[in-house]
Every structure is written in C-alpha cells, then in structure tokens.
Design a protein around this ligand. Structure first.
Ligand SMILES: *[C@@H]1O[C@H](CO)[C@@H](O)[C@H](O)[C@H]1NC(C)=O
Ligand SMILES: *[C@@H]1O[C@H](CO)[C@@H](O)[C@H](O)[C@H]1NC(C)=O
Ligand SMILES: *[C@@H]1O[C@H](CO)[C@@H](O)[C@H](O)[C@H]1NC(C)=O
Ligand SMILES: *[C@@H]1O[C@H](CO)[C@@H](O)[C@H](O)[C@H]1NC(C)=O
Ligand SMILES: *[C@@H]1O[C@H](CO)[C@@H](O)[C@H](O)[C@H]1NC(C)=O
Ligand SMILES: CC(=O)N[C@H]1CO[C@H](CO)[C@@H](O)[C@@H]1O
Length: 517
C-alpha cells in the first residue's frame, strides 16, 4: 500500500482506489485533494478504463443482427405515420421525377439562413453538360437584411435578382417571354401547390414575415419582381430535401431518395401514393389523385426512432436537458448539432472522474453546445503522429490552463470516432429502413429491386472524415444480410453527393412543371 501511495504521489494524477473508498471520499471531494501537503487529483478510474466503458456502450448495439431489428421497428413507425401524422411523412405536390431529357433555361433562387443565391441555370438533357450554371451570385444575408420587414425583404430579393441577371445579359429578364423561376426555400411554409405556399414564421432572426405572415410566398416575390420590371414567373417552390432529390434524379434516373445531413437532418423519398393514407394528402382535387401514382414525400426523418434507437447515459442527459425532449430522437444521435455536444458530455465526465486534462475542463466547454462538430472532424482527420494539428485547433477554440497530454488528445480523438461511427451506423440503419419501405410499397423484392441512388447534401455527410464511406459500408452490409444483392449496376443503394443541389433542384423542379413530366 505504502509503495503504491509513493508511486501515485510521483505521478500526481491518477489514484485507483477501492470502490468503497471512493464512495466514502467522493461526496466531500473537490477536484483536488491534499495528501501530505501535495496537491493530488483523485479519480475513481484511469482514462483507459473510462474509454473502454465508452467503447463498450457505443459499440455493443452495432452488430448487424441488432441493426436489422432496429430497421424493422423503424419501418413499423414509418407505417404508422404514413397512416396519420401532420409532422412527418408529408406528401408534396410534385408527383413525378424528371427523365433527364428535359431542356430549358431557368432562374433558380436559393434562400438559406445566411445566403441568398441567384443563378441562371441551363438544363441541356442527358450528357456531359447536362446542368450548367450560366451565371450565379451569392448574396450574404447579414443582420440588416434579416431585419427587413415584410415587402422590404422581398424588394431586396428582387433587386439582387435584377443585379445578377442584368450583370449577365440585360435581355434575359426583360424579353417578351417571361423567364420561369424556381425557389429553394429553407424555412417552413404550408405548401398549397407546387408553385405556392403560405408564409410561416421564419425564425433565425428574420423579420420578413412581419405584416405579411400568412400571405402567399410566390405572390410576395412576384409583386417585388414586377415592381422592378423583371419579366419572370414563379413556377416551383421546393424544400432542400426535395431539391436534392430532383437535382440528382435529373442526372441519374435511378435516384429515389435524398438525404440531408448537416446541422440537422432530413430525407425525401419517392413512394407510390398507395403507401400513404388518403387523409395524408389533405384537400386535393380528384384530378390530382387521378394523375398521380407516385409522390415525393418529405419524411422529416429526424423525428423517428423514439424507444427504438439505443442510447447511452450521455444521450439521455442530452435528451432530458433539451428544449424539446424526445422530439427528434434520430437527429440527436446523428446530426452535426449534437455530435459535438455528446463528445463534450463524455469529456466532462472524463475530466471529473478519470483525470482528462488534469481534471480541468476548458472554461469554454462548461457551456452546453460549445464544442463544434468541426473540431471532432479535425481530430479524426489529423494525420500527425502527435495529433498536433488537431491540438492547435482545439486549444485555439478552447484555451486550457495546461497543455493537454498526448493521452488526453488521443482520448478526444477516440471518443470522436466512437460518436461519429455510431452516427454513421444508425444513419445507415435508417436508410435501410427507408429503402425497405420503398421496396415493399412498390411490391418489389429485396433481391430484385434494382439499383437506387440517394442524393446527399450537408456538411456532415459531405465533409466529416469517412462519414459517407462508413455509412455506405454499413448500408451495403445490411442490404446483403437482408437478402439484397451486392451494390452495382443491378442492385444495392449508392450514396452520392448532389452538387449544388438547391440551385439545380430549383431549376429541375421548374423544368418538370414546364414539360409536364
Ligand atoms: C418543406 O420543409 C419545411 C420545413 O421543414 C416544411 O415546413 C414544409 O412543409 C415542407 N414542404 C413540403 C412540401 O414538404
Ligand atoms: C435510365 O437511363 C439509362 C441510361 O442513361 C437508360 O438506359 C434507361 O432506359 C433509363 N431508364 C428509364 C426508366 O428511363
Ligand atoms: C427524454 O426526456 C424526457 C423529459 O425529461 C423524458 O420524459 C423521456 O422519457 C426521455 N426520453 C427517453 C427516451 O429517455
Ligand atoms: C460534383 O462536383 C465535383 C467537383 O466539381 C465532381 O468531382 C463530382 O464528380 C461531382 N459529383 C457528381 C455526382 O456529379
Ligand atoms: C449542399 O447544399 C448547400 C445549400 O444549398 C450548398 O451551399 C452546398 O454547396 C451543397 N453541397 C454541394 C456539394 O453542392
Ligand atoms: C397539384 C399540382 O400542382 N400538381 C403538379 C405537380 O407537378 C406537375 C409537373 O411535374 C404539374 O403538372 C402538376 O400540376
């Protein structure tokens, strides 16, 4: 015993004690304890032990048999919500996919949280230059723009449209024939037709709805454009997920799904109308139902998975302290908004109980949601032998009182891996569930369903190291286990990045209306 204590005093860090002793000491224990006049940290386990526990908790549920069972339960949840729900599995108005042979030149608008992009897009049919951006301008939506109220905001938009088009060719927006326009709108609207929707509260600090909330979004934009003498007409309004699906579908006619995974997550899927209860379509003319055999469905995928996806104590803590507990179980496990927070919660426990960072969490990381998922990505992509690249990025964002040791850095990297790997695995499971739903709804068999493509967009799926590759590998494995074919020309599911999906998707949506696809 004496010998151990001496060694520990030298190490000054980790004391492994009998559980009963820890119990006796911990309640009164501040992070530091004075033993023989030397400041010593007392922890109930080593960082390695702690990491072993985290690994076990994160990896235990990830075996293929269990994942297929999870997929099955998710499919049951999908079926329930296809029968009734006004928050997810929402059918759009657009019921057809492009063939890729449609042609035309269109004005495409993309209104996001921080930018407004205006582009003139030429769709040239299947081939090398099937989609071409003739001109594009990206306008920052700064605070002064966010504060514009009602018509002032839409006047600002029209002025940027004029600037972009006139800077390219003055005849484009002032010809005798009106230029068809499509809009990607990343805010809630209540869509009332393919080309119109009722404006709802935008959030994110925008004041554009002041005085005009409940008005028709297409009318507001058209009024502003008419004031500027722009000869344009609104033909289609789409979601980011629908836009992604359409833009990929134009280039690859096996596309049946789109996935967004960035700060948040969502998916759109092409399903037979018979997969949804009639009530889900709301008030639509009989003529719509007569024509439509398929429909693009906004899944709002993030809300699924309650009581299905296994969680750890850190996920449970995240849930109970969340503003809307249980609302988006899937999103909590996989999206960029949460990956950093889960790692932060694990780090917090590791500093307190296993001596990470000498027991001192960086001050800035005591704040919830302060660890950016980009930092996890930096740790995972660091190829220096001592993790110095990631260490610099980390310390710049979160200054520490002492330099982190290699063991500390390695711990953060390994936890980042466990959290992102689990996210990619559950994402693959969710995609498997959606694809199976489609296969069954189409009356197809897994073995002969053919190849399908999923258009992807969003920072996590595009940029997080290995994320898409891991998701693809797990998905391949689940499909094969479930009796599906190997991925290739005739089968399987491929995740492809959809380039410029919002802009191209808006253009393709207009093109579809134009050609009565
Ligand atoms: C598009 O997405 C927004 C936000 O998720 C939603 O409010 C709106 O209803 C969606 N529109 C369609 C047609 O799915
Ligand atoms: C899809 O495209 C391929 C080649 O681009 C073509 O051979 C095939 O017939 C198309 N399928 C459909 C259903 O249009
Ligand atoms: C999430 O938190 C809420 C509120 O505390 C709680 O009622 C619910 O059981 C939690 N959900 C899960 C899956 O633990
Ligand atoms: C997206 O763009 C990149 C770079 O321009 C290109 O390498 C890639 O092939 C494109 N992907 C698709 C699916 O078109
Ligand atoms: C994904 O969509 C966003 C928003 O439209 C866009 O800024 C980004 O460039 C897209 N990603 C790719 C690879 O095009
Ligand atoms: C109800 C409705 O707006 N349906 C439209 C869906 O899209 C097609 C073109 O792809 C239009 O022709 C329909 O009018």
């Amino acid at each position: 015993m004496i010998d151990i204590w001496q060694r520990l005093r030298r190490a000054l860090k980790v004391v492994i004690m009998l559980p009963s002793l820890v119990q006796a000491v911990l309640p009164s224990l501040s992070p530091t304890n004075h033993i023989h006049g030397v400041v010593t940290m007392i922890y109930d386990r080593t960082l390695d032990d702690f990491l072993r526990e985290v690994r076990k908790l994160f990896e235990a549920p990830l075996n293929p048999t269990n994942l297929l069972a999870i997929s099955g339960k998710l499919q049951e949840q999908f079926h329930e919500r296809l029968e009734a729900s006004n928050i997810c599995m929402l059918p759009s108005y657009n019921h057809t996919l492009p063939t890729g042979h449609e042609r035309g030149t269109y004005l495409a608008l993309d209104v996001g949280g921080s930018t407004f992009r205006v582009a003139l897009v030429k769709l040239g049919g299947v081939g090398e230059k099937s989609m071409e951006i003739k001109t594009m301008q990206c306008h920052k939506i700064g605070n002064s723009v966010r504060l514009l109220e009602g018509h002032a905001f839409f006047d600002w938009m029209a002025a940027r449209i004029q600037e972009t088009l006139d800077g390219y060719d003055k005849s484009v927006a002032h010809g005798s024939e009106s230029l068809p326009m499509g809009l990607s709108w990343s805010f809630p609207i209540e869509q009332t037709s393919i080309r119109s929707g009722t404006l709802l509260q935008m959030g994110k600090g925008f004041c554009a709805t002041h005085g005009v909330q409940g008005s028709d979004l297409a009318d507001l934009i058209m009024q502003a454009c008419t004031k500027m003498n722009l000869n344009v007409r609104m033909e289609a309004i789409v979601n980011d997920s629908t836009a992604t699906l359409l833009s990929r579908a134009y280039q690859d006619n096996t596309t049946r799904m789109a996935l967004i995974l960035g700060t948040g997550t969502n998916a759109a899927i092409h399903l037979p109308t018979t997969a949804l209860a009639r009530a889900k379509f709301g008030e639509r003319p009989q003529s719509w139902h007569d024509k439509a055999d398929h429909v693009l469905v906004n899944t709002e995928f993030s809300v699924f998975g309650k009581n299905i996806l296994p969680t750890t104590r850190w996920d449970d803590y995240l849930n109970i302290t969340h503003m809307h507990p249980d609302f988006q179980p899937f999103e909590h496990l996989i999206s960029g908004r949460y990956l950093g927070e889960i790692v932060r919660l694990i780090m917090l426990e590791a500093t307190q109980s296993a001596g990470l960072f000498d027991g001192h969490m960086p001050e800035s990381l005591l704040q919830p949601y302060n660890l950016d998922t980009g930092i996890l990505a930096a740790f995972e992509s660091d190829d220096t032998p001592d993790l110095s690249k990631a260490s610099l990025i980390f310390q710049k964002a979160h200054p520490l009182s002492t330099t982190p040791s290699y063991a500390d850095l390695l711990f953060v990297r390994q936890v980042s891996y466990l959290v992102s790997h689990r996210a990619a695995t559950y994402l693959a499971t969710g995609i498997h569930a959606l694809c199976s739903l489609r296969t069954h709804s189409e009356g197809l068999q897994a073995a002969t369903a053919g190849h399908i493509n999923i258009g992807c967009n969003g920072s996590v799926i595009e940029k997080y190291p290995n994320f898409r590759v891991t998701t693809q590998a797990v998905l391949d494995q689940l499909i094969e286990r479930d009796g599906g074919p190997k991925r290739g020309k005739d089968g399987g599911v491929s995740l492809e990045i959809a380039n410029e999906s919002a802009i191209f998707g808006a253009a393709v949506a207009v093109c579809c209306v134009d050609h009565h696809c």
